[in-house]
Design a protein around this ligand. Structure first.
Ligand SMILES: [Zn+2]
Length: 491
């Protein structure tokens, strides 16, 4: 007996030594994915002038309402941009798509190089009347005060459109002529799904047989204090986007009628049970694809206990997943999410309805599909009295493919980030919300989603929220980034 115990003890000790050895080796050999770069002097920008121009662009309320377009705001913004960037207007070919979206072409000298596309959107979300008074400065004032440019669109997404135009205008002024052709695309309905803007623009490119080396749209940003265990700020380049579908779940029963003698099963009761079952069975979580890539880039830059944790994901994944499940944003990045959003049943308080239905919104993780989500929900609910259908009233989008990190586009964006923001860590990542970027998958394998602006967690709440603003210095860096990206991409 003692012999056996001794043997077990020896074996456990040996296993412990081996596991510790592997952990140490993996941690030591966990090498950085950050690229070498030489320091550059970014192009000089007149902060005051560029701030005035962005502020002015914000004053045109190019709001995307679900049912209508404020045509005059878009027309006025367009003529304002033409006036403000005369060299872009005279030197680049341009074309309107569906009246308000616009495509520019800046022809390169070397026709053998595939073109690139920088894109953004002109429209903004509305401001609730009740919230208007909460703003420090009126949302469409474009006010410059306290070292910030204030207003709707300052972060989402007029800074990108106007910032790119500033960069191109400056490059032309500096006598720069690109080797590679550059396209710019400005969508006008991103906030309501992008059907008439980005989707139509992408269709136009496909018809013209234009294929891009890479596409860059808005999406992820440079976020301070984003990751526990990482003391540096992280710039995240979105390489994939979650899918989107809304299911209508309908409970149907034969017995309806007077509520004074209710049967055992009612439509409302049945629907509630189904929703309950769904909330008790979240989709399985995993760290793979774009999220695994994120940790491969961020992990080696982390402080020690965290570095060991991420270097040894073969052992620690369950621990990491349990931790990520606790936060709303982190949970959304590891699994398909389930959000019941609308309910419908009954016509009167004393009449039992025969049908009750709910709309449930799903954000689908890459690797799964609308079809697999439907099957999962069917298995979890497991009740023939429940009818499931994909709602056609809202958009349906499969998750996008994952763009490569070892491609020219990713590498040139990464290098440019490190040149303009030398103190940040660059990482690929998964975009949880929906952007116009998905429409361009058909015209490029390499679609990246990145806005070159440094923000805090507090700033993130201002996007679609109150007091949206960008600092004068932050906007200067936006223009310097686009200027440098164009040079790096088109030499
Ligand atoms: Zn946006």
């Amino acid at each position: 007996m003692r012999k056996l115990l001794r043997r077990i003890f020896r074996f456990s000790l040996l296993a412990l030594v081996i596991i510790t050895g592997i952990i140490v080796i993996k941690t030591i050999s966990y090498t950085s994915r950050q690229v070498d770069f030489s320091a550059i002097t970014p192009v000089a920008i007149n902060q005051e002038d560029v701030a005035q121009r962005l502020g002015q662009a914000i004053t045109f309320p190019t709001i995307s309402w679900t049912s209508s377009v404020d045509t005059s705001a878009f027309i006025k913004l367009d003529s304002y941009l033409i006036r403000s960037f005369p060299l872009v207007d005279s030197l680049l070919e341009h074309k309107k798509i569906n009246q308000f979206s616009k495509v520019y072409k800046w022809s390169g000298r070397n026709a053998r190089l595939s073109p690139i596309l920088l894109t953004g959107h002109l429209d903004v979300v509305p401001v609730e009347t009740a919230d208007e008074n909460e703003w420090e400065y009126p949302p469409f004032s474009g006010k410059i005060a306290d070292q910030y440019i204030w207003g709707r669109g300052a972060l989402d997404d007029k800074l990108a459109i106007v910032g790119i135009l500033e960069a191109v205008e400056q490059l032309i002024k500096d006598g720069y002529a690109p080797e590679r052709t550059v396209y710019l695309a400005c969508g006008h309905d991103e906030e309501t799904g992008g059907t008439y803007g980005a989707q139509a623009i992408a269709t136009y490119f496909a018809q013209e047989d234009i294929h891009f080396e890479y596409v860059m749209d808005e999406g992820m940003l440079i976020v301070e204090d984003a990751v526990a265990g990482l003391s540096k700020t992280v710039a995240i380049i979105g390489i994939a986007e979650k899918g989107y579908a809304t299911l209508t779940i309908t409970a149907q029963v034969e017995e309806a009628g007077h509520s004074s003698m209710p049967p055992e099963t009612t439509a409302v009761g049945l629907l509630s049970e189904s929703l309950q079952r769904l909330s008790e069975h979240p989709f399985p979580a995993d760290i793979d694809g774009a999220l695994a890539d994120f940790f491969d880039y961020v992990g080696p830059e982390m402080n020690l206990p965290y570095r060991a944790l991420f270097a040894n994901r073969w052992l620690t994944d369950p621990l990491i997943i349990a931790q990520l499940s606790k936060g709303k944003a982190t949970n959304a990045s590891i699994r398909t999410t389930i959000a019941p959003t609308m309910l419908r049943a009954g016509i009167k308080d004393n009449v039992l309805p025969s049908r009750a239905s709910a709309k449930v919104n799903f954000r689908i993780k890459p690797g799964e599909t609308v079809e697999s989500v439907l099957n999962y929900v069917r298995t979890v609910i497991d009740d023939e009295r429940i009818i499931l259908s994909v709602s056609q009233e809202t958009d349906v989008a499969e998750p996008t493919p994952i763009s490569a990190t070892d491609a020219f586009g990713f590498e040139v964006i990464q290098k440019t980030i490190q040149e303009i923001f030398p103190d940040v860590v660059v990482a690929p990542g998964l975009v949880i919300g929906a952007t116009d970027g998905k429409y361009y998958q058909g015209v490029s394998e390499n679609v990246y989603r990145f806005l070159p602006v440094k923000v805090t967690n507090d700033d993130l709440k201002r996007i679609h929220g109150t007091d949206e603003r960008i600092s004068l210095e932050g906007y200067e860096q936006v223009i310097q980034f686009y200027y440098q990206l164009l040079k790096n991409s088109c030499q």
